[in-house]
Ligand binder design. Structure first.
Ligand code: FOL
Length: 224
């Protein structure tokens, strides 16, 4: 089976800042976070429409996306919102056993809530999501940070897409994205490619303003 591709999703300031003090650098931007939640949850269309005979016959395994994150990003998500709902959560840590132990000490085993898969690297995450380790068929694998996890992901050939929100205002940051998407290895996709990839309508356009902050939704594809 061919390996699944990886999509990085992130928002950056003009100097590529992504984080500050273990959280996001900017005040809560609801429309930006809403975009993140919808896009990471939404699976790509199957090509089989409802009521389609082929659809009835086909094995209807539930499809779901996965979000792959570093341990610090996991810690940054409010406890009541994690694992991120409607997505398979994968946490990358150098201390897999330590993290599993910490999870057990927390809530865990809350009814109907599946804990995260814990792995030692982004490559391990892909390997786990490839097989039927997960009860559902995994569609998109989205890498949601932080900096060192984006760097690890970008070293893999599977990293093909970057969904980047360009926040057009500078905020103080202590964590930065390291890849130059303006370079030869990447091509900015058109608005129609972005629509198709995300399933978003962008009725207000790809440039939004919220709380006096402008931001633009972009997709970059790796050049072969
Ligand atoms: N990508 C983009 N475009 N924006 C981000 O803010 C972002 N943040 C992260 C990774 N990629 C990103 C990492 N940080 C939540 C909190 C922090 C976080 C990622 C997600 C979170 O709580 N998400 C919930 C709530 C969404 C909502 O409030 O609507 C979720 O269900 O996704």
């Amino acid at each position: 089976m061919a390996s699944k591709s990886l999509t990085l999703i992130l928002a950056t300031t003009p100097t590529l800042g992504i984080g500050k003090g273990g959280g996001l650098p900017w005040p809560q931007l609801k429309k930006e976070m809403g975009y993140f939640a919808r896009v990471t949850k939404r699976t790509s269309p199957t090509g089989i429409s409802e009521g389609d005979a082929a659809g009835e016959i086909a094995n209807k395994r539930q499809r779901v996306n996965a979000v792959v994150m570093g341990r610090k990003t996991w810690d940054s998500i409010p406890e009541r919102l994690r694992p991120l709902r409607g997505r398979v959560n994968v946490v990358v840590t150098r201390s897999v056993d330590g993290f599993r132990g910490k999870l057990e000490g927390e809530k865990q085993g809350e009814e109907g809530v599946e804990g995260p898969i814990v792995v030692g690297s982004v490559a391990d995450a892909l390997a786990q999501l490839q097989g039927d380790r997960v009860g559902a068929e995994v569609d998109k694998v989205m890498v949601i940070g932080g900096a060192s996890i984006y760097e690890q992901a970008l070293k893999l050939r599977e990293a093909r897409h970057v969904l980047l929100t360009k926040i057009q205002k500078e905020y103080e940051c202590d964590t930065f994205f390291s890849e130059d998407l303006g370079g030869d290895g990447w091509r900015k996709a058109s608005e129609s490619e972005l629509k198709e990839f995300t399933g978003e309508e962008f009725e207000d356009g790809v440039e939004i303003e919220e709380k006096g902050v402008r931001f633009e939704f972009c997709l970059y594809n790796r050049v072969e």
